[in-house]
Ligand binder design. Sequence first.
Ligand code: PMP
Ligand code: GLN
Length: 382
Amino acid sequence: LLSTDGSIAATIFAEMSALATETGAINLGQGFPDEDGPAEVLEAATESIRNGANQYPPGRGIADLRLAIAQHQERFYDLTVDPDTEVLVTAGATEGLAAAILALVEAGDEVLTFEPFYDAYGGLIALAGAEHRTVPLRWPDFQPDHDELRRAVTDNTRIILVNNPHNPTGAVFDRATLELIVELAHRHDAIVVTDEVYEHLVYGATHIPVASLPGAWERTLTLSSGGKTFNTTGWKIGWATGPAALVTAVTTVKQFLTYVNGAPFQPAMATGLRLPDSFFVGAAADLQAKRDILADGLRSAGFALSLPHGSYFIVADASALGVEDAADFCRRLPSLAGVVGIPITAFVHGDRHSEYRSLVRFAFCKKRAVLHEAATRLATLR
Ligand code: PMP
Ligand code: GLN
């Protein structure tokens, strides 16, 4: 976690966003939208502040948000969740991840993730003193090989940490893969922690929550967040759902991490979760159109693509542009083309870098005009 000089290393997102600010390049690196989400959700937060929701909320989150989370699980996934015992509001999915890992693993236990993996997974597993094992997701479809997955889960595996839809690859796991994960968790007495923050950002695919599969609920902790769905990444309102024992374990750790969080944003998130189906469908359709604008631009610029079915990221292979090292290319891309992207090696352990060396992640959660401008700029690379 430390740089060679002993200082705390900046995350790749902070480093690349700083580069975008310095150079004035279009920031397709860090994934955050450049437009506000639904007006009624924003209005509800302002109203909450005016109405005095400015002190510590209850430890598990306000009752109405927990109810709205349970209703959302029922509406979209047919899952019955008890808002009093099976829901915890967290400071973003990040705190849910931190609290889950700290609650469920002992030093030396193994946590299995797919690789590439969201950077916080590596950091949190290290903070917990656990061993990080991975199963590779390979270009171009980034679906795990089932035999490799079977071999990777052992009796030493304490947590299988799933991220579906997947950051950074945009992969959406199919039912067979998710069922295999549940079967392996049973066989080896592991817990599935599943990070589904992109649950509503799917294009031409169906999101299947792990918890909805037969036999999964009793050993699955689901994490999500309103940041992606409602364009409120700065609010850090997330939630954990699952069997009471798992949620209680996470609550126990949360009380010493943040204790509580986001009082005025909690009622606003309840408003968001109760928006009609048309909102969720419309938001995904809008992002799909944005995906396609950026995909066209990247293809015209000479990149090969893995077209994502989920998340707001596209992985592009720059090797046809003569790029061997995407990390170096990403550092030069602001001056070459006025665009920022993130090298996929930032999401991969050092010993696997060679397989991912020419791949770059670009975010498409930006205004259409911004994506068109990025496409125009990238075209100069040809
Ligand atoms: N998990 C994944 C896969 C993510 O991409 C993100 C957003 N960067 C998070 C967790 C963090 O979510 P939050 O902002 O709600 O903490
Ligand atoms: N989840 C976003 C991404 O992957 C931002 C994460 C962050 O800045 N920590 O780009």
